[in-house]
Every structure is written in C-alpha cells, then in structure tokens.
Ligand binder design. Structure first.
Ligand code: DUC
Ligand code: ZN
Ligand code: ZN
Ligand code: ZN
Length: 485
C-alpha cells in the first residue's frame, strides 16, 4: 500500500519546490515529479510540510492540587487535527522516583496516544538516587531534563541543585531545559498583592514581571556555562529573556529559546478582562506580555535567536480555574494551544510577513527535531524519514471556537480568532490520521514512543575555556608558604 501526495509545494526549512511525495509503509520513499501510488491525496494549492512537533505539553499532569484535563487521547487527537504529529510531554516525578514516573507516563501514553510522543524528565530536587536515575532515564531514550526556577516550595530547584543536575546532563550527553522565573521574587510579589487586596487574575501578571524572567534566564545560562552544557529555555515570553539568549548565542554558547504561540498572539490585556473566568482561563506562567515583548519574540524567530514555537499545552477546565476564585495564587497555571499552534502561527506569522513559509517549518518542526536529536527521522520531508506530514492549505480558514475543538476543555484562549492555514490532511507514519473532509479518525494506542539518543558531542564542544585551562593545584615551594599555621 503506497500513498502519493500529488500536486503540492514541498515546503522544507531550507527551501520550497514543486514535487509529489511517495510514501511506502511508514516512511517517505521518493520525492519528485510524476510519482504514482495506490492512493492519491490531492495537494493542489497546498504546502506539504513536515508534521508539527510540539515539544512542550502537559497531558494528564498532576499540578497545583489538580490534574490537567487534557488526556493523552484527547490531546494527541487535538494535535493531529491541527497538523502536529508528535508531542514531547513533561514527566514530573514524586520525590526522586524518576523511573516510576516515567513508567506511569509511558503507560498512559501507550494506551491512548494517537500521535507519536516522547518525554522530558523533570528534576525537582537533588539526591544520589536522582543522580543515578538520570542515567537510566537517558538509557530509556529521554535525553532532556527540565528544571523549574519557579514554583517555590513545590517544584523549584535552587542554584546548587540546578548546577549539580546540569553537570550530570553534561556527563550524560543530555540537554537541560529551564523554566526561568525567579521563584523567590514571584513568591514575594504574590504575598504583596494578596496583602494589598489585589486578589484577581490580573495580580498573576503583576507578580511575574519581565524582570523576574530576565534575571532567571541570565542565571540559568551562566550556570549552564559553568557546567559546560547547552541549555534550552522554555516559554520565552519577553525581551529581557530574549536579550539574554541573544547575547549568549553571540558569545558562542549553545542556548536555545522557545516562545509559545499564545505569547505571540495574545497580550496582557487579557488579564484586565471584566469577566473573571475569561481572565483566569488565560493564567499561565509566564503571563502574556505587551506588544513590545511580542515584537521582540517575532524578531527572534525571524533572525534565528529564538528557534522553536511550542504551546506549553497545560489545559484546565473553567471549574478547575475557579479553585483560585478568591486567591489568584491558587488558579492552576496553564493554557491550551496544541490544536491551534500551526494555524495561529501561519496567520499571525506567515500571512503578516513576519515569517517565511520555510521559517514556519523551521520553528514548528525541523529546529526542534535537530535540537532533540531525532532529525531527520522527524522534522524532514526526505526519503527514509518517517512520513509525518501536514498538507497545509493556506487558503482554508475558520474562526476558532471551543465548541468545535477536539481538546477536552470547555473554552479556548484563541476563541473568535480568525485563522487560515488549516491542514487538509495530516499523516502520521504514513497513515492518514486527519482529513479536512472528515473521513479519518485516529486510533488511540497507535502512537509510538520516539527514543532520543544522547548527544555528547555538543556538550564536549561547548566550553572551550575548560579544555584550554585544565584546573590543577599550584605546587608551591615551602619557602613561599606562611609559617606557623
Ligand atoms: N506554566 C504553566 O502555565 N503551566 C504549566 C507549568 C508552567 O510552567
Ligand atoms: Zn514552565
Ligand atoms: Zn469572556
Ligand atoms: Zn510547561
């Protein structure tokens, strides 16, 4: 059984060209003119792109006294409907049982996922058991570890713990990820606003200003450099954070930055909405920012100082959000976006001229595949690559409505936004799992774990000053030692 995607424009991260794409089994077999196959998918007028990879999701994750409402089944179905063929989800261990948590995440994903998936492991403390378990985690095909610099008293790690973990990452050839917000300052500002009686969702944004993020990004980058390891900053939301990343990259450090579709498209005005539910539904960390910060993020994506657009899909229902009705610090942090990332970015990025179609592919798929060491199996339209493909119709449009979404929650932060650039077909490993015509339904359990090998070479090449100046003790003549101590 072969499939040919016929008459479209192949849009890759580096170029665009007219060609048919032939798929045999789960892989791309050939790309070129006049190909034929058993099944023909009409791609006239469309862009044939590598399926989206969302490297930042939280499906069925226990967090802030509740659990995200998006299941692996609804979440991966939503992803495929929006042209995303792979998600990378965060495993949060209880204490230092990293392997137990990985087993639990894997069991849920294996049973329900209809798209392919992978994991990042969270490091929420430091112990010998954690040190040992990290090697087992890497051996299981998970080559990235996330650190929270915020959520004091819960997930937050201190600098010494982060340094220890980063050094371990360097030794294992793994990539550290960081949620960069200064958790001490956030906690202090939260108390200040509560004491002043500012208790609504607007105070969530007041308590997490850009300086809090900028400080933490700078600190994380310096700790990474001291540990001799690259670092990936998740949900970069402001110029202060972007500036730190830009500067580090210019100095030759491997620092990566990931803005979210939500921060690019929505601003801080959402928290001033008269409707409490509306504002609370948009509470996430970091919060949405103003237009100057948005412009900075767009500039980073087009110039290459920011590389990836994710969603941090962390979806709670309105009922769950109301846990914080009288205290904004109890509103579960998180927004959805998995299903809408591609059309929102196409509309706000490509249609406005801020991104080329090739840059769109780079930031939604190819760059993260390279960063996570799964390229070109994922993130490429090339012979031998997995046939994870989105056939995106630039002219097809809709108004985003929660009532029509695959996501399991009861609202959508992009409600009412007009988008274009919808998938005509989504293929996952050669199977048509979504079609705009409505005759494809993904099967739960068909998704597969994508193993990501370690990448020690990048780590070894990072801090050249370490290789040049090997630390050693200075041998001193006893004649030059102080006497009598
Ligand atoms: N931010 C959120 O908004 N939700 C999940 C975790 C995070 O860092
Ligand atoms: Zn985070
Ligand atoms: Zn509203
Ligand atoms: Zn997150």
């Amino acid at each position: 059984m072969s499939i040919v995607i016929k008459g479209g424009t192949v849009v890759a991260a580096d170029r665009s060209y007219e060609a048919d794409v032939l798929i045999e089994g789960e892989r791309i077999a050939a790309i070129g003119p006049y190909l034929s196959g058993d099944t023909v998918l009409d791609a006239a007028g469309t862009c044939v792109m590598p399926g989206g990879i969302d490297p930042h999701t939280h499906l069925e994750m226990p967090f802030m006294g509740t659990t995200t409402a998006e299941t692996w089944e609804s979440g991966t179905f939503a992803a495929l409907s929006g042209g995303t063929t792979m998600v990378v989800d965060f495993v949060i261990p209880e204490g230092d049982d990293l392997i137990g948590a990985l087993d639990a995440w894997e069991a849920r994903a294996k049973r329900q996922a209809s798209s392919d998936y992978s994991f990042h492991m969270c490091i929420t403390g430091w112990s010998e058991a954690t040190f040992d378990a990290m090697e087992l985690v890497v051996a299981r095909g998970v080559n990235s570890f996330k650190h929270f610099m915020a959520y004091k008293g819960a997930l937050m790690v201190d600098d010494d713990q982060m340094f220890a973990s980063f050094q371990r990452c360097a030794a294992l050839g793994a990539l550290p990820l960081v949620h960069a917000e200064n958790g001490d300052i956030v906690a202090a500002l939260q108390q200040k606003f509560l004491a002043e009686g500012i208790r609504g969702p607007e105070a969530h944004a007041y308590s997490r200003p850009p300086e809090v993020e900028g400080e933490a990004v700078n600190r994380a980058i310096m700790i990474a450099d001291a540990a001799g390891v690259p670092v990936y900053i998740v949900h970069v939301s402001c110029e202060q954070a972007h500036e730190a990343i830009r500067r580090a990259r210019q100095k030759g450090m491997r620092v990566y930055g990931e803005p979210l579709a939500q921060h690019l498209a929505l601003d801080e005005g959402e928290y001033a909405h008269p409707d409490w539910d509306h504002a609370a539904q948009r509470v996430m960390s970091p919060p949405f920012r103003d237009k100057l910060h948005q412009d900075s993020l767009w500039a980073g994506l087009s110039s290459g100082s920011l590389q990836v657009v994710a969603t941090d899909h962390c979806a709670f229902t309105t009922a769950q959000k109301r846990m914080g009705l009288t205290d904004f610090t109890k509103i579960p942090n998180g927004t959805g976006g998995l299903e809408d990332r591609l059309p929102v970015l196409w509309t706000k990025g490509v249609e406005t001229g801020r991104l080329t179609p090739n840059e769109f592919v780079a930031v939604t798929s190819t760059n993260i595949a390279r960063i996570l060491n799964i390229y070109p199996k994922k993130g490429a339209i090339a012979p031998g690559a997995d046939a994870d493909i989105v056939v995106l119709d630039p002219k097809a449009g809709k108004t985003i409505r929660a009532s029509a979404q695959k996501s399991a929650i009861d609202y959508n932060v992009f409600e009412g936004v007009e988008v274009r650039g919808l998938p005509r077909f989504t293929l996952s490993r050669g199977e048509v799992v979504y079609s705009a015509g409505g005759n494809a339904t993904p099967r739960p359990g068909r998704g597969r774990f994508v193993s990501r090998p370690a990448f020690p070479a990048a780590n070894r090449a990072l801090s050249t000053w370490k290789a040049l100046v090997a630390p050693r003790a200075v041998e001193r003549d006893p004649a030059h030692m102080p006497i009598g101590v």
